[in-house]
Design a protein around this ligand. Structure first.
Ligand SMILES: [Zn+2]
Length: 233
């Protein structure tokens, strides 16, 4: 706070911080701060007031840019993307959120009937979700046992480009979220259920049908295996 008072007294003086001009009379670092005003202003006007809130708001915007390419890529399946997007933003009406809003009194996950249903549990930690993910990874030829956050980071950093494996990873990730959300709703609203293998077959169909007939370099060993595993003819 002492530093801020010093800045006010000796640098900003009687000028308005939001409208003052930079220049050679100011230090390099203060000129940098002035250049960041257009980034800071929308964040502050959103109601963020503490450094933590400002950091969270800025970080969330950065993440949204990265997530966008995981969900809205050229071959995306239109009915899957909105659900996957809502899941990434943690905006789906999962039981933990309904409990907080006072809309429900039962927060138990209908897939395992054991734990509180929240985003990370339903799509990741639940034994059903975990088993399904393991089977998907096996079909892709990968073995990963990581948390939701690590998975999202890994996806943002690695599922880039137009390779067959990154396209399948993105399609399967969105389809996985979609079928789990559909299964959760089926159990709650229709009182019936599907097995993990049924869900896996749905995901395989979505991915396989989407990529069937596309130009793929099948001489490549990895691609050839992926085509066989996912039923891409
Ligand atoms: Zn569960």
């Amino acid at each position: 706070m002492k530093y801020l008072a010093w800045i006010h007294a000796y640098v900003i003086k009687d000028r308005d911080f939001w409208n003052m001009e930079g220049g050679a009379s100011l230090s390099w670092s203060f000129n940098r701060i002035l250049k960041l005003r257009n980034v800071a202003h929308p964040v502050l006007s959103n109601g963020a007031s503490t450094i933590r809130e400002i950091w969270l708001e800025t970080r969330c915007k950065e993440s949204k840019v990265l997530w966008h390419t995981l969900i809205w890529f050229p071959q995306h399946i239109p009915k899957h993307s909105p659900i996957a997007w809502m899941a990434l933003l943690d905006r789906l009406p999962t039981c933990d959120r309904l409990l907080r809003m006072g809309i429900t009194t039962n927060g138990i996950c209908v897939l395992c009937n054991e734990m509180l249903e929240n985003r990370n549990h339903l799509f990741f930690d639940c034994p059903i979700a975990s088993c399904l993910r393991g089977k998907i990874m096996l079909l892709i030829g990968l073995n990963k046992n990581i948390s939701w956050e690590d998975m999202v980071n890994w996806a943002c950093n690695s599922w880039k480009g137009k390779s067959l494996i990154s396209t399948i990873l993105k399609l399967a990730w969105c389809a996985n979220i979609y079928v789990l959300w559909e299964e959760r709703n089926r159990r709650i609203f229709k009182g019936c259920s599907k097995t993990v293998d049924d869900l896996l077959n749905s995901i395989k169909d979505y991915v396989g049908i989407k990529l069937r007939g596309k130009t793929i370099n099948r001489i490549d060993y990895v691609n050839s295996n992926l085509c066989t595993s996912w039923g891409i003819y």
